[in-house]
Design a protein around this ligand. Structure first.
Ligand SMILES: [Zn+2]
Length: 288
């Protein structure tokens, strides 16, 4: 890709690199991806940089090791589905990963899921509370999951206004009222291919019409949530489907997609504290 391409009218206000976008939620170490290196390489060819989502201890440790030897970033946390099994030792391990590894850029995936309730609500709340403490201790931002639990999430975070300003609600699928409340508290919002689903995106499409471009990031949540408005895509979602999310979102935000792409890039780098570095595929595997 052309390293020198830029958009003069936005110089100064934005990074001049326009040919990469960030997928802030990729579940790389799952059964659907048999060759994680190949997935990241193909994403890189398409101009997609990925932040790897850690949602249980096995995955967190894998990502902790992987990002040390690859040009990518990750998170470390315990998903609310796994809250029942979270132990003191797990949180000690998370603390070590978060404090020792600069490429682990956020606390999470963590949060509340009162839709499926795979863990008890009490355990989910206790587990999220410990993640908030980890964010306060390490200063790292939070990568939050919330499903049918907006009121409880809001009440938990009311006592932590400074953390709200460095937390992102990933895969936001809620209503305009929920969105406005999150924005008012300081949260960033991340949008997935849910926006591409004609069957269930009505509320979300209405909500993003009031989402300011400086508060939004995008993700695939791959291998889940394949964009449904694109005929012929494989059932297993991949990071290089991210442009479909971007383009659909731009339409419902009423924005030019190139401009939205630049906002999401700058927002991502600011939010996760990712240094703006020369993107060079040759550095893959040698960038320690
Ligand atoms: Zn999630």
């Amino acid at each position: 890709m052309d390293q020198e391409r830029n958009t003069p009218e936005l110089e100064g206000a934005f990074s001049t690199r326009t040919d990469i976008i960030y997928d802030i939620g990729l579940n790389l170490f799952c059964a659907q991806f048999r060759d994680p290196e190949a997935v990241l390489a193909t994403a890189g060819e398409a101009g997609i940089k990925c932040i790897l989502t850690g949602s249980d201890m096995d995955e967190d440790l894998q990502i902790d090791a992987f990002v040390r030897t690859h040009d990518t970033y990750g998170t470390a946390g315990i998903h609310p589905h796994n809250a029942d099994g979270a132990s003191d030792a797990d949180f000690e391990t998370l603390r070590r990963i978060l404090t020792e590894n600069a490429r682990i850029v956020a606390v999470g995936e963590c949060g509340l899921d009162f839709d499926r309730n795979y863990s008890t609500r009490d355990n989910q709340i206790a587990c999220l509370t410990r993640h908030i403490e980890l964010s306060e201790e390490t200063g790292k931002p939070m990568f939050l999951h919330e499903r049918k639990a907006s009121d409880t999430l809001v009440s938990l975070f009311r006592d932590h206004p400074e953390v709200c300003r460095r937390a992102v609600v990933h895969c936001f699928t809620g209503t305009r009222a929920e969105l406005l409340r999150y924005l008012e508290m300081g949260f960033m919002i991340s949008i997935t291919g849910w926006i591409c689903d004609d069957r269930r995106a009505e509320a979300l499409r209405d909500a993003v019409s009031v989402l300011p471009p400086d508060r939004v990031m995008i993700e695939t949540d791959a291998p889940y949530l394949t964009p449904r408005n694109v005929p012929g895509l494989d059932r297993v979602n991949v990071p290089w489907n991210l442009p479909y999310v971007l383009n659909t979102l731009a339409g419902y935000m009423g924005m030019d997609k190139e401009k939205l792409a630049q906002y999401t890039k700058v927002n991502t780098e600011r939010f996760f504290g990712i240094p703006v570095r020369k993107y060079n595929k040759i550095q893959m595997n040698s960038d320690r």
